[in-house]
Write a protein that binds this ligand. Sequence first.
Ligand SMILES: [Zn+2]
Ligand SMILES: [Zn+2]
Length: 327
Amino acid sequence: MASNRPRTGFDERLNASLDYDLLPLMWRVPTPVKTDQEILQNSMLEDDPNSNTILAGSLESDAGSCADGDKREQQAKRPRWGPQHKGAQELAKLYSSGKRTQELVCVYICITLMVLNLALILRHFRFERISNVVVAAIFGILTADFGSGLVHWGADTWGSVDLPIVGKNFLRPFREHHIDPTSITRHDFIETNGDNFMVALPILGKLAWNFFTRSNAEIQQDYAISAYLFLCSIFIAMTNQIHKWSHTYWGLPGWVLFLQRHHIILPRRHHRIHHVAPHETYFCITTGWLNWPLEKIKFWSTLEAIIELSTGHKPRADDLKWAQKRA
Ligand SMILES: [Zn+2]
Ligand SMILES: [Zn+2]
């Protein structure tokens, strides 16, 4: 089916990159988590936006099943993804001035605390601590990556936009992102990073408090933990910016492309695996290092099965509801 669609540079790159998209220096993935066909049929082609509305392959299969031409034409006009999707437009309108204010406040306080903590960390740094800092950085990245996966999975899978306060303010962006993945590339710095900066705030606040209330000896004793907390909070704060870059196919600075290419931050091809409907895997979006191992141990599907069994709630019910609001 996919072979009827004109092949693009994207297809070639997809084939070339999928198998080798994880931690190149640590392991190679022998088989892709999603096949090329699954990706092409069930996700939006972000580097080929003119083909985003509907794929040639699915049009042809619809042609076979629809009895009349009108129905076929109607189907072809309904966007499956992108800014013309009716559900995406409805969700975008729910971004309120109150939400914007919360994001602005979080971003400014967080940046102040980042600068303050950086100065304090550097002031207490001793060269013999360098190995501690490297280990703290690695654990900080892994914690942030796992945390990004857990929060992303929770928000994608459970709850509803109709929930008071949390729904419109914190779940709405996740719903919008699945049906219009490129909307994130049109968001400014505040809208992109406000919520992640908010998560990093209490960690940075506690860290600054520790620096000001503890003696020098105590600070030195706990230096590795402080470095870990600082770096972890920086990676948490940066996560949605990194996520935005993974959806940006034009105009990225060379250093970002370098970090993506070497899988130091979330690569674009790697994150495409999450964007294959029904969005049930690859939730980690800081570096994505944990995605493959978590998928292989069926971490997310096991958690979902336990929750569904104990509560009766179906995973992704609200996400599916929004995806179906195509017209
Ligand atoms: Zn998602
Ligand atoms: Zn995404």
